[in-house]
Write a protein that binds this ligand. Structure first.
Ligand SMILES: [Zn+2]
Length: 693
């Protein structure tokens, strides 16, 4: 998963006849910094002018190409929601009416305030009534079924683990149940940890200590807002941190979670009982609508053992305090202003350095996009995604696939047998562009204009039930994992998919009015990146059928690992500012995607020019230079220092700036295009230059 990246000369000839002007170069000299040499800091050279003139807005963690496009898409969503909200002619109970009503309920701050903390009272009552370990288990099972979402600034299930679903890595045509700590590594939404990741509980540098002490203050404040006395709240906060620290010890690191073999432990009920005998697994499955014979992949067995130890060793009173806290923490964005503000202060302010909250409608737009995705998605693509964009993108992806085929065929180190398998896998990749072929309906979701909290809960429960109904069946090709307005792209190794939502198919990534170099350098590199994921440290372990199975000869695998290590070492040592470094193994998949991506995009661009005269310079830049300028521009994004640290600690994507620099330091055609010399900062010493294929 991750940021992915489009276009061509062949495509330009297919421009509709009404296209009036010649394609533009995509270059914005005013955004560049001519005083910085391209071979010293290419990112700064391309983006420096923009960076200097565009401070990060007070309500954002970061600002740049991705965020600007996200903001523009959110404005469009707002227009769609305002229209839906005003459309009282929509049939009551229809999905369109639900969308307008959910938006109304989210924007109605007075009604939310008037409900106070009453929406969570029934959860509090359930928790307070627990008298035995078995009753605790029953409440934990109940909380799973609430299906609290991960992402969008709030967390996931409160309860020791998260019950989800996934394609069986060894048999990808069937969905199995999954028990995990969070949906996927490098994502928000732990079922266990209130802090962003395990290391936040153990690191003893000053910044980590400060965050823990701020966390204690934050927990106590929320508890006081829920009616707990000050002194009690302080004691409880300390107990909560201790409780989570004991669980955090057993959580895998993000890098370890990337290993598909290390996180594959398929078992049945007896296996679950062996790991955690004091929890009633049969009840959990039954209540989730799953047969007792359901195969379950436990991604982190050690964590379930620790969970069981906590069940029996920790007094029920401490569990109850923790569950009450987690309920407040996870539900805070949907509760009173005071609670929601305090949650925002800690999660975005303390952890990411954000100075103020975005306007209410932004949060509401995100909620509708998340909770009624297909209703909004359908309205979005009808209005904002031209059919021509989908067609052209399809051609471009195929051009990239053809370039990747050459890249693999011409690889000097791969044996014929491994090449054959790699080519078969490449040919098998399926491509999804824009939006799904069919839209899901939201019939079971109950929406009342006056009850925001009940509305989101109904949507979450529906999502959970839908997910559980998938278990035992083949994957639904219309489950995309990303909504149409999303400015991102992804790759799925089990499903052998490359996914490009409508949201990213716009400038500066994909521009139907721009010439080819600009599009190959931007969306082309995104496409190459997503293809690259199918062959990265993780994706390369899945074969041409999407099965987790080794298809490499031992010798080729060793060579691949060595090449991958080169990239991991590069990111381990790259100073990304303030003396900070990435964890090379944590960001390896993304960095491999970027390096493979630029190579295949560049090759595809060159292939598109075959048999044609060398394109003329535009705006003072050669075609090759324009290709790299477009690539540098998509990484024109800056972060607050705290947000930067948060990303380094919790995300498997390197910082945007270093995705541009780190990638190009290894890429000889870039060095040639800008006449960079050995010794320049943008050129890694020849012996250290990384190359994958
Ligand atoms: Zn990625």
């Amino acid at each position: 998963m991750g940021y992915g990246f489009f276009l061509s000369a062949i495509l330009l000839s297919a421009l509709p006849v009404h296209a009036q002007s010649a394609p533009h170069s995509g270059i914005h000299p005013e955004d560049m910094d001519a005083t910085c040499k391209p071979c010293t800091d290419f990112w700064r050279y391309v983006n420096g002018g923009w960076v200097d003139k565009n401070p990060i807005p007070a309500d954002k963690r970061s600002w740049g190409s991705f965020e600007i496009l996200r903001s523009a898409n959110r404005e469009r969503i707002r227009t769609l929601l305002d229209t839906a909200e005003g459309d009282r002619s929509a049939i009551a109970g229809s999905d369109r009416r639900k969308m307008g009503d959910l938006y109304t309920s989210c924007m109605d701050g007075a009604a939310i305030e008037a409900h106070g903390l009453r929406p969570v009272q029934s959860d509090f009552d359930r928790i307070a009534a627990i008298k035995t370990v078995d009753e605790l288990g029953a409440v934990l099972s109940f909380l799973q079924r609430q299906g609290r979402p991960a992402g969008n600034q709030n967390g996931a299930v409160a309860g020791g683990f998260r019950l989800g679903a996934m394609p069986d890595p060894k048999q990808p045509r069937r969905i199995v149940a999954r028990i995990s700590e969070r949906d996927s590594p490098g994502r928000a939404g732990s079922a266990i940890l209130s802090l962003p990741d395990r290391e936040y509980y153990f690191k003893d540098d000053e910044r980590s200590k400060t965050i823990r002490s701020e966390f204690l203050v934050h927990v106590a404040k929320i508890l006081v807002l829920s009616g707990t006395a000050q002194e009690t709240a302080k004691e409880q906060a300390a107990g909560i941190l201790k409780f989570e620290t004991a669980l955090a010890e057993a959580v895998l690191t993000i890098a370890a979670k990337r290993d598909p073999n290390g996180t594959y432990h398929l078992m049945d009920l007896s296996g679950l009982r062996e790991l955690a005998p004091d929890f009633n697994w049969a009840r959990l499955l039954r209540e989730a609508g799953l047969p007792e014979s359901t195969p379950v992949n436990v991604t982190e067995p050690e964590l379930l053992k620790r969970f069981n130890r906590q069940l029996t060793a920790v007094p029920l009173g401490e569990w109850k305090v923790w569950l009450r806290w987690r309920t407040l923490q996870l539900m805070a964005p949907y509760l009173t202003r005071a609670v929601a503000d305090e949650a925002y202060r800690f999660e975005s302010g303390v952890l990411a350095g954000v100075q103020q909250q975005p306007p209410r409608w932004e949060a509401c737009a995100n909620v509708i996009d998340r909770d009624l995705s297909d209703v909004l998605g359908k309205a979005y693509v009808e209005k904002y995604f031209p059919a021509e964009a989908k067609r052209r993108m399809g051609e471009l992806v195929e051009n990239l696939r053809a370039a990747m085929r050459e890249e693999l065929e011409q690889s000097e180190w791969m044996s014929a047998a491994t090449k054959k398998s790699a080519l078969a896998k490449l040919a098998a990749l399926k491509v999804k562009i824009g939006y799904a072929d069919a839209w899901h309906s939201y019939t079971p979701v109950q929406i009342d204009r006056a009850k925001y909290f009940d509305n989101v809960r109904s949507a979450w429960a529906n999502r959970f039930n839908t997910l559980m109904r998938r278990v035992g069946n083949a994957p639904d090709p219309n489950d995309w994992g990303m909504t149409p307005p999303t400015v991102n792209a992804s790759a799925n190794s089990s499903l052998l998919e490359l996914v490009f939502p409508a949201g990213i198919l716009q400038p500066p990534f994909f521009d139907m009015q721009a010439e080819d170099a600009a599009n190959y350098g931007a969306i082309g590199a995104v496409i190459g990146h997503e293809i690259g994921h199918q062959f990265d440290d993780q994706g390369s372990k899945f074969d041409q059928t999407g099965t987790l199975k080794n298809w490499w000869t031992a010798d080729d695998r060793a060579k691949f690992e060595q090449r991958a290590s080169c990239v991991a070492d590069q990111f381990n040592t790259l100073d990304v500012g303030d003396g900070l470094h990435h964890n090379g193994r944590q960001v390896l998949g993304e960095a491999l995607g970027d390096l493979g991506g630029i190579a295949v995009a560049y090759r595809a661009y060159k292939k598109s020019l075959a048999g044609k005269p060398e394109p003329a310079a535009m705006d003072g830049f050669t075609a090759d230079q324009r290709f790299f300028l477009a690539f540098g521009r998509i990484w024109g994004t800056v972060q607050r220092p705290d947000a930067m640290r948060l990303q380094i600690n919790t995300d498997n994507h390197p910082l945007g700036r270093w995705r541009a620099i780190g990638t190009l330091q290894n890429f000889a055609p870039f060095h040639k295009a800008f006449q960079c010399k050995p010794g320049d900062a943008m050129v890694r010493p020849a012996a250290e230059q990384c190359k994958i294929w």
